[in-house]
Design a protein. Structure first.
Ligand SMILES: Cc1cc2nc3c(=O)[nH]c(=O)nc-3n(C[C@H](O)[C@H](O)[C@H](O)COP(=O)(O)OP(=O)(O)OC[C@H]3O[C@@H](n4cnc5c(N)ncnc54)[C@H](O)[C@@H]3O)c2cc1C
Length: 277
């Protein structure tokens, strides 16, 4: 929203780095902007959102929540650029559902962020998430209403989720590896390393909540590993171009993810990282 109001993205030298990356500059699609910010930070130049000229003294009135957060962090966005970093705030994948929101498990519907309805392409358009959630919530309610279940399906033993306290260090490791190896810029070696790590966590943790996170991370990483091209938010530095032959939706089952994990299990790690299990 701030970029829409004319705020610019600059690095620590004050350069508008998006000008060189896309004709739309700051208003380029989200994945292009995210990679621009990511590269500036990786190069050590830092990335900032500068609203000092576009909004200046009007900042507090136009964006009171952002303003309050910045002030709480000791920064005045009316006069100072705001330090920024890319963060995942949606994903295009999820649990595969049909147009009623039904999953492959009888008696389980999925809608909203957790689902993969096919409504999104390789990236998301602003505000499509909430629209999708509202549409599928209504469809699911209608479907449940019209089809009372005699016998609900049941997930395989050991997959039933329940809330429980997570071992903080291992959860932090998993999150860090999702950002560093399965994040804005991916490559086959890093994805393979992530797959190996998530497999170890999945097989060794005694905590069911962490195991569910590792299983989900494994499927995401395996799916990204097998898509050898770049498309929208999925960017592979080892396959930086789109491949027209892969211009279609893919679905990865848990069994397929485990097969991929077995395939990369014996590959020697390329480098040591500090985010291992
Ligand atoms: C910073 C940010 C900005 C966004 N801006 C926009 C926007 O402008 N327009 C737009 O369309 N979309 C936007 N989105 C995306 C949109 O917010 C999400 O797609 C939407 O909120 C998804 O709704 P949901 O109900 O499916 O999931 P959530 O809102 O994530 O709700 C899931 C709920 O389940 C709870 N939960 C999780 N695990 C358990 C458990 N084991 N047991 C019980 N409860 C559990 C969580 O606490 C949470 O309350 C934004 C997202 C972010 C992060």
């Amino acid at each position: 929203a701030l970029r829409g109001e004319g705020a610019t993205l600059i690095n620590g030298r004050g350069e508008r780095f998006m000008l060189a990356r896309d004709p739309l500059a700051e208003l380029a699609p989200r994945d292009i902007v995210a990679r621009g910010v990511f590269d500036e930070i990786a190069a050590g130049r830092g990335a900032f959102l500068d609203a000092t000229k576009a909004l200046g003294a009007k900042f507090a009135a136009r964006f009171p929540t952002v303003y309050a957060s910045c002030i709480a962090a000791g920064l005045d966005p009316a006069t100072q650029p705001i330090p920024i970093a890319p963060a995942a705030h949606y994903h295009m994948g999820g649990i595969a559902v049909d147009h009623h929101g039904r999953t492959s498990l009888k008696g389980l519907w999925a809608g909203g962020e957790v689902s993969s309805t096919g409504a999104h392409g390789a990236n998301r358009l602003a505000s499509n998430s909430l629209l999708e959630a509202v549409v599928y919530a209504a469809r699911i309610a209608d479907d449940i209403n019209g089809n009372p279940l005699a016998v609900a399906g049941r997930p395989r033993d050991g997959m039933i989720s329940r809330n429980s306290a997570m071992p903080p260090l291992r959860e932090a490791n998993l999150r860090a590896m999702m950002s560093s190896h399965v994040g804005v810029v991916r490559d086959g070696d890093d994805l393979a390393e992530a797959i190996r790590t998530f497999t170890v966590i999945e097989q060794t943790t005694g905590n069911i909540a962490l195991r569910n996170m590792a299983t989900t991370a494994l499927i995401v990483a395996a799916s990204a590993w097998s898509r050898c091209e770049s498309r929208g938010a999925h960017y592979r530095s080892d396959y930086p171009a789109e491949d027209p032959a892969q211009r279609h939706r893919t679905v990865t089952t848990l069994d397929e993810a485990r097969n991929i994990a077995a395939m990369v299990a014996d590959t020697a790690p390329r480098k040591r990282t500090s985010t291992g299990a």
